[in-house]
Design a binder for this molecule. Structure first.
Ligand SMILES: [Zn+2]
Length: 253
């Protein structure tokens, strides 16, 4: 129930201020068949955003979060990200975000628009947004970022594929939305120095990972998975782990 749903507060480090806290979601909808645990129900998302509001926090896109931090502001902001660009974002996530006056970043795959999550070997096929759907999300104020072209592990990609997935996907999305694309998100969260350099070289301003370890920085921002089963206790433990594992992100306050 929503009353048992909690978000961890942003971790605090005395020297540099809070590490930016970025939540990672995927699909929002029915959870009847969800072997990868990537789906939360709209009601649960609603409860999580209500929890943020009650604590004086607000969910925003990563670009907005980083811009606020660069100005020395935004201590009350939490980044909200949705990976893969599932079609259910428009009908299930967007109304809930609007209810709580939140924005978000949607990381889409321009090589799979209108397709499905074919990269998952098992489990239900979930439809992905079409080009028109991505434009509708952008028109509603959602930041559109790249998740690569086709959901490839960049640490296993050859040079040609790496360029296509980073430079190529950015060009495709800028063509599609008619706006600059600042954000990238590593498929599977897998990242190495070569992938970081490719993303930086492609002209992105930041990139999201999951648990980037020593690569932690503006091009490998850590995120915390938020799922349907996240109760107050589980999220408290996540906050502790987040604080212990992550060093302050250089260049961000
Ligand atoms: Zn993904």
């Amino acid at each position: 129930m929503p009353s048992s749903v909690e978000f961890p507060a942003p971790a605090r480090t005395p020297a540099t201020g809070p590490v930016p806290w970025i939540a990672m979601y995927h699909s929002v909808g029915d959870r009847a068949d969800d072997p990868y645990r990537v789906t939360v129900t709209p009601d649960r998302l609603d409860g999580q955003l209500r929890w943020l509001r009650r604590r004086g926090l607000r969910g925003v896109s990563v670009a907005e979060l980083l811009a606020a931090r660069a100005r020395g502001e935004g201590r009350d902001l939490v980044g909200l990200t949705f990976d893969d660009g599932y079609a259910d974002f428009l009908g299930n996530a967007l109304p809930v975000l609007a209810r709580w006056e939140c924005t978000a970043t949607l990381f889409v795959l321009p090589g799979r628009l209108g397709g499905d999550n074919a990269w998952d070997p098992l489990g239900p096929r979930k439809p992905l947004l079409t080009a028109d759907g991505v434009r509708r999300a952008a028109a509603a104020g959602v930041e559109i970022g790249s998740h690569g072209l086709t959901h490839v592990d960049l640490t296993r990609a050859d040079d040609t594929v790496l360029t296509a997935e980073t430079t190529g996907s950015r060009a495709a999305l800028e063509e599609l939305t008619g706006a600059p694309v600042a954000g990238f998100c590593y498929p599977y969260g897998t990242v190495d120095r070569r992938a970081v350099e490719a993303v930086r070289g492609a002209g992105y301003g930041y990139a999201c990972a999951i648990d980037p370890g020593e690569l932690n920085g503006p091009y490998a921002l850590p995120r915390v998975h938020i799922g349907q089963n996240d109760t107050a206790v589980r999220l408290f433990l996540k906050r502790r782990l987040h604080r212990l594992r992550r060093r302050p992100v250089e260049g961000l306050r």
